[in-house]
Ligand binder design. Sequence first.
Ligand code: SF4
Length: 348
Amino acid sequence: MSKQINVGGVTLGGGAPVRVQSMTTTHTADVEATSAQIARLAEAGCEIVRVAVRDEADARAVRAVKDRTPLPVVADIHFSAKLAVLSVENGADKIRINPGNIGGEEKVTLVADCVRAHRVPVRVGANTGSIEREYFEKYGRSARALVESALHGVSLLERHGVERIAISVKASSVPLTVEAYRLLAARTEYPLHVGVTEAGTRESGIVKSSVGIGALLLDGIGDTIRVSLTDDPVEEVYAAKRILRACGLEKEFVDVISCPTCGRCEWESMRLAQEVERLTFGAKVRRKIAVMGCAVNGPGEAKDCDLGIAGGRENCVIFKKGEIVRSVPREDAEDVFLREVRACLEEG
Ligand code: SF4
């Protein structure tokens, strides 16, 4: 089991649930826009949010952003010890930095002293684009190079007594990412931030992230995940939650199962399946609801469901735990079933 760290009141690692992270796309100094986006992310189920700190205005804005959100805020900094310190002084709950590229020993000391004093954790993030020259020359663009580079960054902080650390070793290649995290997990007990970087636009990014993050989570690797998409970051949170659910790591949710339909389907089940999914996505109850294309196979295939519907030429049947409880004309089926779904969510 990994060590546990605390990120602004949210535990990471050490048996805590796998946490969902995302990153804002706004300029952090635009406090209104940043806070509004964080509110949407929190509403979708995000548990930790990262903001880009490019300059002093962004670093100082961390305080105002934090005042407007209940989520822990992570400051993402490249190359600058000064901005790292300023972000922590303005209330950042964690910083993401690469100690290998902030300007040498003196700068590392500055950051280390600051995070120790404020009890703020640091994520050391190595990406294929930021592998330390020494390891790149030795191991090329490889999993080994990513891991050695990240662990080197960790050792720079450890030398200064920093113990609250999380690590990431991301690549845009799924096999490389998975190989790197497996290597890393065997060599460290620090909590791991897992993700496939630059995964792409919504559809291909979700596939890459699901395969990469999913493979690792099923191996028991990963304490917090970030799905990286070229899209609204709220989509990252939805995707992350679906990955956790598919991996069996989130128990309190509504599992909507629906058949792919085939030539036996006599009604428009796809629209209803999407509506049920939308209606139930945020519900924190353990239910299984089925939307099936036909009554020939539907009730039988979904007999472990709390509630289900299967279409027919004239009537749809509604079933509970495999038993048909009512038959409704097709034109009323959607309304009746959605009422049943709401009632099912409210049952104790
Ligand atoms: S439930 Fe019916 S419509 Fe759906 S895939 Fe099975 S046989 Fe086809």
